[in-house]
Design a binder for this molecule. Structure first.
Ligand code: ADP
Ligand code: MG
Length: 259
């Protein structure tokens, strides 16, 4: 049985139909990446899955309808790193990551040893230990983005939603973050739904790509099925070439032909 199911998800923003009846099933341990040009509805869809956006339709995780759960119970099932999160700038980075444990700590309780161990392990796996005692406001864009990922991972949910999780990261840190997600997928069957602009990386790490255009799904399959010159160049209005390197589909932009 699928772990997460979305049925006929539609979202209207003002007069704009941002998403038109999208349905999908995601298996436990699957990594699905949504790709598509700016404004195609990727963030709106993740916001709906995260219950941060009003939508028509039904989202279930493990058979439970998310809209019928309390915020605390939802936060035990689904963690989310939005595209532009609002972060408390004067909070210490270590305390910020510890916020991920909130849904597991009783209302009057304080964090226990297990919570601190979980946070410590994630900080270490993302090479963030040194930053724990720095204020969030003092971090670089990339460091901030890695702390946001750490907070969501500390939440230890079966499903994680990531909106462009590597947008602010250099190449090495992109691979570090994506490699950690891949390890957690194998270690604890973490189910990942992400969006990504780098189509080559998206294809390398995900089992499945879903191409959005104007709020609808125009392709759904593995990298070989979806990263095709005609499909990608048409949807993104871009000049590209796709070459295969070590079994991966690599998207190479083409310069404009001289007139
Ligand atoms: P993506 O993440 O794929 O870039 P988004 O999901 O952020 O796209 O946006 C989907 C579309 O909805 C965009 O065209 C955006 O301009 C539009 N949109 C967002 N909010 C509103 C709003 N309040 N009213 C009208 N259109 C909106
Ligand atoms: Mg977006």
């Amino acid at each position: 049985m699928a772990l997460l199911e979305a049925k006929n998800i539609s979202v209207t923003l003002g007069e704009h139909r941002a998403l038109g009846s999208i349905s999908l099933s995601v298996q436990s341990g699957e990594w699905l990446t949504i790709i598509g040009p700016n404004g195609s509805g990727k963030s709106t869809f993740l916001n709906a899955l995260a219950s941060l956006q009003n939508y028509e339709g039904l989202v279930t995780v493990g058979g439970k309808s998310l809209s019928e759960l309390t915020a605390r119970n939802r936060a035990q099932l689904v963690s989310y790193v939005p595209q532009d999160p609002i972060v408390p700038l004067d909070m210490l980075a270590g305390d910020y990551v510890l916020l991920g444990r909130t849904p597991h700590i009783s209302a009057l309780g304080v964090e226990g040893k297990d919570d601190l161990n979980i946070v410590g392990e994630i900080l270490s796996r993302l090479d963030l230990e040194e930053l724990g005692s720095r204020s969030m406001g003092s971090l670089s864009g990339g460091e901030l983005q890695r702390c946001q990922l750490a907070r969501a991972l500390a939440q230890m949910t079966p499903v994680i939603l990531l909106d462009e999780p590597t947008a602010a990261l250099d190449l090495g840190h992109q691979q570090q973050a994506l490699d950690l997600l891949e390890e957690l997928r194998r270690e604890r069957q973490l189910t990942i739904i992400s969006t990504m602009h780098d189509l080559t990386l998206a294809g390398q790490y995900s089992d499945r790509l879903m191409l959005f255009d104007h709020g609808t799904v125009v392709a759904d399959g593995n990298a070989e099925d979806v990263i095709k010159v005609e499909l990608i160049s048409g949807t993104y209005s871009a000049r590209i070439r796709v070459i295969e390197v070590d079994g991966a589909q690599v998207v190479v932009p083409r310069t404009k032909e001289p007139e």
